[in-house]
Ligand binder design. Structure first.
Ligand code: FES
Ligand code: FE2
Length: 338
């Protein structure tokens, strides 16, 4: 699947940038091969516009904030959140006001501390995370580019067969390579995966979990939200909840913007955020190292280009569900939405 040649992918919400990064001015982002500018208007609303001024094509991400609007850095035309030119500074004062000139605007909202963007009418809502209602603390972990396809990141996080190998230096147990059993419950926009995985409990984790034993069991409840978002809720036997939200936002065919934050039901005193991040850093680096070596063009149909084993079922279901969504909603929907 080439992300930029799959119009269906424009119809999903993606976390693209921490809102904090937009406080001091507009920032560029490439989403599905399209250059957009992200910014925050005078009412604090994030907005996503085409990163190309309708006057002389300068990148609006090189502009600045003025009068609650986004001013182009070239001649200062001012755009509102919908992309309409509201002020041309060169005009006399009595000729100012809304114009009929505009740049394309995309769906954009702020949620969980990030600007989320959909390039065309979204098929599904941004998920509600139960951890918010439970009062868990949120820790922002990673915001970085990986040179691999989003689907590889997604199937990896539902892959019980890789822990013993990819994570042999952290929590994987090479003595037990048999993958834990799993259940998959399908929804229209993805699936819920349940599994109980026995793992090693290395020193760094013993401290974070407040557990002395050398092994533990991860009760994993993971939700895949098509196409590139997953929420993995891990509950340890002592009641600790560690939920990892990972987005693999498609930059282009070959690279993904990794957005990762976690929810925990303990306190900063019990497990300092820096230590939580450090442990997940090691695990994430182990995944990244191997995932960046995979083919970026993931075949959705199972025609023998890649072999499977039973534990690959979540990844196989992902491919089938994406194919079904393409069949149902395919075609170029961008023009219709604009
Ligand atoms: S190029 Fe943007 S105002 Fe002239
Ligand atoms: Fe992994």
């Amino acid at each position: 699947m080439k992300a930029t040649e799959t119009p269906l992918l424009e119809r999903f919400w993606y976390p693209v940038m921490p809102l904090q990064m937009l406080e001091d001015g507009p920032k560029p982002f490439r989403l599905l091969g399209k250059d957009i500018v992200l910014w925050i208007d005078g009412e604090g609303r994030p907005s996503a516009l085409e990163d190309r001024c309708c006057h002389r094509t300068a990148k609006l991400s090189k502009g600045f904030y003025a009068n609650g609007m986004l001013a182009c850095g070239y001649h200062g035309w001012e755009f509102n959140a919908e992309g309409t030119v509201m002020r041309v500074p060169q005009r006399p004062v009595d000729k100012q006001g809304r114009t009929n000139m505009r740049v394309p605007a995309y769906h954009c909202v702020g949620r969980y501390g990030y600007a989320w963007v959909a390039l065309a009418e979204p098929l599904f809502d941004i998920p509600d995370f139960e951890e918010e209602a439970e009062g868990c603390r949120r820790i922002d972990e990673f915001y970085e580019v990986w040179q691999c396809a989003g689907l590889r990141v997604m199937e990896n996080s539902f892959d019980n067969a890789h822990f013993a190998f990819v994570h042999r230096a952290s929590f994987g147990d090479q003595g037990h390579p048999e993958p834990a059993k799993l259940e998959v419950e399908e929804y229209e926009d993805g699936f819920l995966f349940r599994s109980e995985v026995p793992v090693r409990n290395p020193a760094a984790q013993k401290e974070l979990l407040k557990m002395e034993s050398d092994t533990t069991v991860r009760h994993m409840r993971a939700r895949w939200y098509a196409p590139f978002l997953r929420k993995l809720r891990i509950t340890y036997p002592n009641g600790l909840v560690h939920t990892i939200v990972t987005g693999a936002t498609p930059i282009d065919d070959r690279s993904s913007q990794i957005v990762q934050f976690v929810y925990r039901n303990d306190t900063e005193e019990e497990a300092p955020a820096a230590k939580v991040i450090a442990f997940d850093r090691q695990v994430t680096e182990e995944d990244r190292e191997i995932l960046e070596s995979t083919d970026w063009d993931v075949p959705l149909d199972q025609t023998g280009l890649e072999m499977n084993m039973p534990s690959d079922r979540p990844g196989v279901v992902m491919r089938r569900q994406l194919l079904q969504l393409i069949e149902k909603h395919g075609g170029n929907t961008r023009q219709a939405a604009e």
